[in-house]
Design a protein around this ligand. Sequence first.
Ligand code: MN
Length: 731
Amino acid sequence: MQQIEALFEATLAELLSYQPGVDLSELRTAYEVAKEAHSGQQRKTGEPFMLHPVETTRIIVDLLRKAADSKILQAALLHDTVEDKEEMTVAEIERRFGSEVATLVDGVTKISDLPFRSPENTQVETYRKMLLSMAKDIRVILVKLADRLHNMRTLEALPEHKRIRIAKETRDIYAPIAHRLGIAQIKWELEDLAFKHLDPENYRKLVRAISEKRTVREKAIEEVKEPIKRQLELQGIDAEIYGRPKHLWSILQKMQRLEAPFEEIFDLLGIRILTSSRADCYIVLGIVHDMFTPVADRLRDYIASPKSNMYQSLHTTVTDAKGERMVEIQIRTREMHRISEIGIAAHYSYKEGQTGPDREIHEKLGEFIVQGATEWQDESGDPGDFMDFLRTSLFQDEIFVFTPRGGLKRLPRGSTPVDFAFAIHSDVGFRTVGAKVDGAIVPLRYQLKSGQVVEVITSPHSNPSENWLGYVRSSRAKAKIRRYLAQERVEESVKLGREMLGRELKRQRKAIPKDKELEDVSLSFGLADVPLLFAKIGEGDISVQSVFSRIYPETKDQNKKVKSALDRIKNLAQRQVKGIHIGEIDGLLIRIAQCCNPIPGDKVIGLITKGRGISVHRIDCPNTFADRIDPERRIEVDWDVDREQRFPIRLVVIGGDRRGLLVDVAAVINRLGTDTTHAEMSLMGDGSVRGEFVVSVKNIKHLGKIVQAIKRINGVKRVDRAESIGPLEGE
Ligand code: MN
């Protein structure tokens, strides 16, 4: 604890060095209150918890220096008290430290797990809350970034699954926020720390590779640096010149993006020149280009047109004296350099009595986070969409393009004329049919470049296309198009559903119900209104039959029976007996009824059976009589037979007791071109024999020939076609 006390005093001393004579009493009170609230708590590292808020405060003092006001530092000291201590509330902080500090602490406090919400939803709510608080007061995010930075520096103490989760969140959310705010200093460190935990193997490899290469690299840098330095001195220009450090994560990303080996990326030398005035930057650029050959197309003037995160610098790339290596050179003033390191923190200044958002800061930040998060408040978007918005709006680099009248539009890199149209106005976006860039017609998927003048061509009858989603970049355009398409889909479903129900009513010869009735039916499905009911029918969520039977309940049972039987038939429709053609229905499971064994030429009828497809009966089969079968289940069928097809049939032959009769019958059947699949003889009580033969026949004519032939056999008294063929072999 003494160590922490000492650290706190050192932090106050540092603050005094930037702001001599500043009143420290409020900070000391905040420290005591926080210490009390966290008493007995330990960090996973084993140190007293209080170390964390003090370190967080120190990071902010380092960052803001002169601009560090008492409120943000109090908030940093108190930032974890509400989350960790039940007796400490935002109201209590407001009572003791005022509303500003309370708002800041509240802004960084996690939303606690809410019942009935997924963890993902809670997480999204927390981000949203943080971004919205940030829109009101930028200091919220500074505290949050400092908090996260210290947690990342001490991440080793946590178990692996937590480390991975926190490192991912840092890489995906906090580092990009730092980047957006131009706080490069924190961004680099967060990225490298996240990299270390997410990809330890590559991290270690890079660290080793860099230390091996360091000397060679430093020597190469000297060879470029020294002549420039001498020349600047000669010309009397006040400037410092450095070799530029490279960050591990950015090296890895560059390797992956350019698919280049480590050496190539690391060998790309970087030099930075800091001057005391803006004019000197251009003079230095001239000197450098005079000494070395500039690489074409690599000059960037971010002084004249700063990046959206306020970054200002001149960038150029030259080849070294031997013409062997490329050297990237950044030229900027010391003030610009400080801004490049700490971004918004350099512009940030707390003014007494200032309420509401700082306009200037908001303008400099653009619409990215602040506007986006505020807009998002009104949307009932799902967590995935919000995360998508966050990632794209935080990560994307941007381009600047112009309207024909010279209006400036800032868009994510890769944006198309469609993005541009939506950036102007939703109505323009919805009506876009084409675009001109610098006066020439381009396709809608054309990727815009900075500085181009874009003109959108609209037509009052045009509507957004689903294809657009394939190439638009801005989350604004994406969201608008998605919402439009969803709306359109609903409208189409409503139309389709209305039509389907109308057709069913007509088919069943029923009147179209009154609006009131339809409303009741909708409600009975738990739907708010009739269009929603139509939409559900159209989308196939609710069957038209179930709606029909709620409108006309008296027809319900019969209807349901037929329907479910048909549904099951359709499900069973894998095996099809050839030879039967059923009305208009194809692909159904059809079987020949074994009670009556129809063969082609017999008059037949189909019966829809429960779960067994359609069985085909002779029309005179007792099983098909109307009093036994629901007329709804009868279905017309026709024969539709191949030449070679055979149908089994059972013949009963009665004859005198004679040796060899069975063999004679079989021989006759065989001679007529068919097979006997089953034969048996039994002795009857009156001394006659009874033979049963199952034979396969083509049709009823074929059967007649066989019967006549058998009748002519000596000893045969009669031949009958049996009602049933009984159990067939193999069945
Ligand atoms: Mn914390």
